[in-house]
Design a protein. Structure first.
Length: 160
């Protein structure tokens, strides 16, 4: 199977897993590392049952959070925007304008709800189509890799 090397640290990967589990429980369909039309990449993006777009930026180091000036550029593409942090991260440093999720590898909890905003219909359509294409392409690549790995005599190298 093709593993998408998206999350740079094991702690960030654990937070991403917990966030994804939480979002699935809440009725959202999440994908990791979704590139927005402005070229910025969300760590986790999800579409809700009503078509709402939710974005999550994962931070596991205080220096990374303090040095991140790009997060406001995500807001124009999300109805809801959250930072997600591990349980031992100091909450008080997360920008107050955003929602907050605390997560580990097993799940997550919304500590502070994000303020909802409504995307313009044309932007929602563009983001939704991009999201659907991204998810479909990843699924197709993974299914192809699974099929190839089950072919006798064929060896697929797992990238490291």
């Amino acid at each position: 199977m093709v593993i998408i090397d998206m999350i740079s640290s094991s702690t960030a990967a654990e937070v991403a897993r917990g966030v994804s589990r939480l979002l699935l429980e809440e009725g959202y369909s999440p994908i990791l590392e979704f590139t927005l039309p402005n070229g910025r990449r969300l760590d986790v993006a999800a579409i809700g049952p009503g078509g709402e777009m939710l974005g999550v930026e994962i931070k596991v180091a205080l220096a990374d959070l303090r040095g991140d000036g790009k997060w406001p550029e995500y807001l124009d593409y999300c109805d809801l925007f959250y930072f997600a942090i591990p349980p031992d991260f100091p909450h008080e440093h997360v920008p107050h304008q955003t929602g907050l999720i605390v997560a580990d590898r097993y799940g997550g909890a919304v500590i502070k709800e994000a303020e909802a905003q409504t995307l313009h219909a044309s932007r929602r359509k563009a983001v939704t189509i991009s999201f659907a294409r991204c998810a479909a392409e990843r699924l197709s690549r993974n299914l192809d890799a699974i099929a190839m790995s089950q072919t006798p005599g064929l060896v697929i190298s797992e990238g490291k």
